[in-house]
Design a protein around this ligand. Structure first.
Ligand SMILES: NC(=O)c1ccc[n+]([C@@H]2O[C@H](COP(=O)([O-])OP(=O)(O)OC[C@H]3O[C@@H](n4cnc5c(N)ncnc54)[C@H](OP(=O)(O)O)[C@@H]3O)[C@@H](O)[C@H]2O)c1
Length: 264
């Protein structure tokens, strides 16, 4: 199967893609990458103005859908609004995530736990299911969800966040099995610390960053475009035989253990 049909290394022309959390950071970079590869992108977030700002820089007549994934009705509303405008959906990127629940577990509240679960796990699974059923009826598609390296590594102060991201990866494996025969692939990209609003607590603090980079063989913080490149691969026919996987884009952070030996 040819991987390219145009001058772009990945050709998504004629395809439609939904990207949640598209107003900034990783979601904005993913939207740019998919649009540059030819896709028409439906940008989802809570603030119309910031979504429109990203949309203005994209080719292929992008669409803006305002929704709060903390709302139980949001997955269906996003799916229906996107369908109404673009018709067929070929790619879904469940990127919106994060939330406000850092700190030792004895300081966390049930409200924080519920909000984190809704945004990072309930929303992506329900939206993924609605989109997958539709993709199945149209010959298939690809769903990529953004997890975190913290799904596999323990870190003090992030118990709820690591739990919902670990749950997202577990759900991804089951969804891949559930929809594989219908031609719908489910994969995850797990970023390490990436230079966005969410990653700024490390990326913008030189001392904390130096400590973090001791465990990163590629010796730099990730850029949103690093994550977008992996999402582009998993969204495209270049990954046609890949499903149920989690791809770390973390400079090697997740593979590193302390060693008495010097690196090369
Ligand atoms: N940056 C990192 O270091 C890092 C590391 C590992 C994993 N990740 C994951 O990567 C993904 C993207 O993170 P990022 O770093 O790009 O974060 P970010 O810069 O904070 O962007 C988050 C995006 O999600 C949207 N969003 C937040 N809450 C939402 C809600 N309730 N409903 C709809 N949209 C919502 C935001 O838009 P509005 O606020 O305008 O709604 C924004 O577009 C997340 O899933 C995060 O967990 C990030």
């Amino acid at each position: 199967m040819p991987l390219t049909t145009s001058s772009h290394p990945v050709d998504l022309s004629g395809k439609n893609a939904i990207v949640t959390g598209a107003s900034r950071g990783i979601g904005a970079a993913v939207s740019v990458a998919l649009a540059q590869a030819g896709a028409r992108v439906v940008l989802v977030g809570r603030v119309k103005e910031t979504l429109e700002e990203v949309a203005r820089g994209l080719p292929n007549d992008p669409v803006v859908v305002v929704a709060d994934l903390g709302d139980p009705e949001a997955p269906r509303a996003i799916f229906e609004q996107a369908k109404d405008v673009v018709g067929t959906i070929d790619v879904l990127v469940n990127n919106a995530g994060g939330g406000d629940a850092a700190g030792p577990a004895n300081t966390l509240t049930a409200g924080q736990a519920d909000a984190l679960w809704a945004l990072n796990l309930r929303g992506p699974v329900l939206l993924g299911g609605l989109v997958a059923a539709d993709m199945a009826a149209n010959g298939g598609g690809s769903v990529v969800s953004i997890s975190s390296g913290l799904s596999l590594q323990g870190m003090a102060g992030v118990s709820l966040y690591s739990a919902v991201k670990g749950g997202l990866e577990a759900a991804n494996r089951s969804l891949a099995v559930e929809w594989g025969a219908a031609g719908v692939r489910f994969n995850v990209v797990s970023p390490g610390i990436t230079r966005t609003t969410l990653g700024s607590w490390i990326a913008d603090d030189e001392q904390v960053q130096r400590k973090y980079l001791e465990k990163v063989p590629l010796d730099r913080i990730g850029e949103p475009e690093d994550v977008a490149a992996a999402v582009l691969f998993l969204s495209s026919p270049a990954s046609a035989y890949v499903t149920g996987q989690a791809l770390a884009v973390d400079g090697g952070w997740g593979t590193t253990a302390p060693s008495p030996f010097p690196a090369a």
